[in-house]
Design a protein. Sequence first.
Length: 300
Amino acid sequence: MVMPMVTLFMMLNIPASMSLPLFPFGYETVDHVGVYCENLIEIVEQAEKLLNLPPQTYYSIHVDNKNDSPRSGSSLPSPFTPCTLKTALTRYANLLSAPKNSVLTALASYASDPSEADRLRYLASPNGKEEYAQFASSRIHVTCALVYEKTPTGRIHKGVCSTWMKNVVSLEKSNDCSWALIFGRNSNFKLLIDPKVPIIMIGPGTGLAPLRSFLQERLAIKESGAELGPAILFFGCRNRRMLNNFAKAGVISELIIAFSREGPTKEYVQHKMAEKKLWNILKISEILSTNFTVDEVFLV
């Protein structure tokens, strides 16, 4: 079964008071955002049935034994606030991904049934590896590929976070909109400080998110009155995207797109690069009507 590729775009409204804690060193273009999302309600209900416990059961995790001695083999994080089983399964448990071996070992230290504890340790061991593998108020723009695929066992696997993003209720539709905890992580993937340095951006179909961020930043720089150097964007995708506005605004000197699912033959980025004689662009500065050397070109 071939699943269609879907990429999601969304804007997260961030309260001003949260901006600094998210990015202690200040937010910059192409920094990463992680989302602590909730599991789908149908997945939570399936987990409740498997556990055979009332969803309103009061629940908490203790990392120590009742006598305050540390549990052997436990590597679970610090305990969260006591809550109902439904809340724990909804907000704190990853129900759609197989636990790592270290988690299985930690869970074994909590199992009250010795046979279940032995089973968990077996699945975490080299001998059980093969069997276990069979189960197994500002805004930030986020681009995410929807994970929806058929596993070798025939089960349809849905990505935890991308599925949640696909089903969110936006603030524009309801004040009771979807929300989630997020965290920030600074990236080393940046534009050069000097906006006049020519750049060649190449996206071979592995994702538009960082390149789109660069284009937006260059647009903001241009609108502030600064001068931009030449920029060429090669981008490969399955279907047509709306990138022409950046070219019309002068953010990029030239937009070259390869489509692998349009027309009688498949075209990829490497074909466009060959047609454009990219190496000659790097060697002959006159092609871009500017004076720069190969060492000054920044390849993204």
